[in-house]
Design a protein around this ligand. Structure first.
Ligand code: 5GP
Ligand code: ZN
Length: 113
């Protein structure tokens, strides 16, 4: 499948990984939008939040557990962070393999529409 994040999971495209287990990979975003900007993705190819089903919902919960752990490991748990999923055209999703942005390390601006 021609999917950038599946290639990162396989290792055919390099990434700077900060976490990996049997279900999930997390790596630094190539174009950070904050001092800390990590992408957390499932190893299974799910295109977007629109494709999450009851069967794969546990992976979404596990991604949140990993985000909580990474926030501690990266030193941003106490100061705070954002966990963002962009979905579809209006959400400006550019990579169609579901991912959650973990952002922190500075006071982030207000969300705008
Ligand atoms: P989206 O806009 O789909 O929510 O987020 C996609 C993210 O993937 C963007 O923040 C972009 O910088 C990041 N990205 C795109 N290509 C690569 C890549 O090859 N490596 C890494 N580490 N991040 C990437
Ligand atoms: Zn994929």
């Amino acid at each position: 499948m021609d999917c950038l994040f599946c290639k990162i999971i396989e290792g055919s495209i390099p990434s700077n990984k900060v976490f990996e287990n049997e279900n999930i990979v997390a790596f630094h975003d190539i174009q950070p939008a904050a001092p800390i900007h990590v992408l957390i993705i499932p190893k299974v190819h799910i295109a977007s939040m629109n494709e999450v089903s009851p069967e794969n919902m546990p992976i979404i919960a596990e991604i949140h557990q990993v985000a909580q752990k990474l926030a501690v490991d990266l030193g941003i748990a106490e100061s705070g962070f954002r966990l963002i999923n962009n979905c579809g055209r209006d959400g400006e999703q550019t990579v169609h393999h579901i991912h959650f942005h973990l952002l922190g390390g500075a006071k982030l601006g207000a969300l705008t529409g």
